[in-house]
Write a protein that binds this ligand. Structure first.
Ligand SMILES: [Zn+2]
Length: 499
């Protein structure tokens, strides 16, 4: 079936979107949530397991204190209230990658509730309300073998790896986000980006979306202005910031086309496809009652000492938003300029380049100029471009020392990005150093004057602007390896004209 999707502008003119985000973050603790098994990635299948995380009869879980500390710090950073007493719950469902046939999670007694996270979208601050932050254990991984796409259909056998079973997961659930209109996809993306930065700053997870340590489910619905909220769908496991934005947008368009045709939205989970940017239906959504939650009888309740919580709160690091404000002030940037730094994903890169001894203006020039352009051309993130802050600082150092002019510095930077070595090595290897030998330069200047008598006369008669033509001529003979400013002064001096 081919349906023509309506135009996005037209959809947001007629419908109001409501979105919600559920984000899972794998904590970077050394051991699992309820046992002492190691959590590091990449072991042989089923080597990081014990009776507890294999769910063997008679084994008893014990909660990991480091995980509880981590989730409380996340809750505090998200402005949540921390429960003085709460319990784990069993969430019952039958999957082969869950050996106990239930997952230890939290249900009606989450440890952190009622917080918020402020995000910047298009120069405006949008407050995203957080409903809850709770702790649970991850499942194992199922691998279907023999099928075409790793899916269960057509597979000849299925293998289960329990190494991941029991790794602590934090789930962060927003309240429904309304009133964002056409910006809904951008708000969703900005929220996940900000949340990732907050958690990275806390140092409790490496929050790598591409490796699955941060996973996002996106709820979307549409309603007519003034009407009740529409039925929502849940797009599962969206694995990049760009995909978060695309998933919301594509689901808004799809739902609008269903509603326009007089259809109804089915409450279901949907899968996002990175290649096409579309979603396709998954399973019809279970409701909470399907899981038969009940309090976990094998674990004592969590009752964090308020004094400990206050201590954790006092020790929180400077959070990204405050940090960015401070940098903006230090770098002397307008809101608009800071926004372009943020959009380019260059905050940390510029910060590190400045720390390596460069001025903020020079650092910003390289990262937002040449390097952003190269990153866009090759479709990679700026941080993956192949030049490091230390190299950019070294390059600027060569410019400041008068060894490279601007044009040559750009050539050297190209070499850095292409992996030819450090800026100094490239400058030497490619013979790209400003000609500072005044003797050689003077000879080249005299030659250019002799070859262009008309221009020389113009300059002598007061038309100093014409000096550009002679600068160009000398640059050509020195293959661009002269400093333009020095050259200009030298030409005027040789012509006996005051600059
Ligand atoms: Zn274990």
């Amino acid at each position: 079936m081919t349906t023509t999707l309506p135009a996005y502008d037209e959809v947001v003119a007629r419908f109001e979107p409501v979105i919600g985000l559920e984000t899972h973050v794998e904590l970077g603790t050394n051991t699992k949530m309820f046992c002492g098994c190691p959590t590091d990635f990449g072991g042989e299948p089923n080597t990081r397991v014990c009776p507890v995380c294999l769910g063997l009869p008679g084994s008893l879980p014990v909660a990991n204190k480091a995980a509880i500390e981590a989730i409380i710090r996340i809750g505090l950073a998200l402005n949540c209230s921390i429960a003085e007493w709460c319990r784990f719950a069993r969430k019952n469902y039958f999957y082969p990658d869950m050996p106990k046939n239930f997952q230890i999670s939290q249900y009606d007694e989450p440890i952190c509730v009622d917080g918020y996270l402020d995000v910047e979208v298009g120069g405006e601050t949008v407050r995203i309300e957080i409903e809850r932050v709770h702790l649970e254990e991850d499942t194992g991984k199922t691998l279907h073998v023999g099928g075409a796409t790793g899916r269960i259909h057509g597979a000849t056998e299925s293998l289960v790896d329990y190494n991941r079973a029991g790794i602590p997961l934090v789930e962060i659930v927003t309240k429904p986000i309304t009133g964002t209109g056409a910006l809904a996809p951008d708000v969703a993306k900005a929220y996940v980006a900000e949340l990732r930065d907050v958690i990275r700053t806390l140092g409790v997870s490496d929050v790598r979306m591409e490796e699955g340590s941060l996973r996002c489910d996106v709820n979307t619905s549409l309603n007519l202005p003034g009407a009740e909220w529409g039925t929502r769908t849940e797009t599962k496991n969206v694995n990049s910031l760009r995909s978060v934005e695309r998933a919301v947008r594509s689901e808004m368009l799809r739902q609008a086309s269903v509603l326009d045709a007089g259809g109804r939205i089915t409450q279901e989970t949907r899968h996002f496809h990175e290649d096409t940017g579309d979603t396709t239906p998954g399973r019809s959504k279970e409701t909470a009652t399907d899981y038969r939650y009940f309090p976990e009888p094998d674990l004592v309740p969590i009752a964090p000492d308020p004094a400990w919580v206050a201590e954790l709160k006092a020790a929180l690091p400077e959070l990204p938003r405050v940090h960015r404000r401070r940098l903006q002030q230090q770098w002397g940037l307008s809101d608009l300029d800071m926004q372009s730094v943020l959009n380019a994903g260059a905050v940390e890169l510029i910060e590190a380049t400045v720390a390596a001894g460069t001025t903020p203006a020079a650092a910003r020039k390289w990262w937002l100029g040449e390097l952003s352009r190269r990153a866009n051309e090759s479709g990679v993130e700026l941080a993956e471009i192949g030049a490091t802050p230390a190299q950019v600082a070294e390059l600027q150092g060569l410019v400041d020392a008068g060894k490279l002019n601007d044009k040559m510095a750009r050539t050297v930077l190209e070499g850095v990005v292409d992996g030819e070595g450090s800026p100094t090595e490239i400058m030497t290897n490619r013979g790209l150093e400003v000609v500072s030998d005044t003797g050689a330069l003077t000879a080249a200047v005299d030659e250019a004057i002799a070859a262009n008598p008309g221009i020389a006369d113009k300059i002598r008669s007061g038309k100093v602007a014409a000096v550009g033509a002679l600068v160009g001529a000398v640059m050509k003979t020195t293959r661009g390896q002269a400093d333009a400013k020095t050259l200009r002064e030298l030409i005027l001096e040789r012509l006996g004209v005051q600059g």
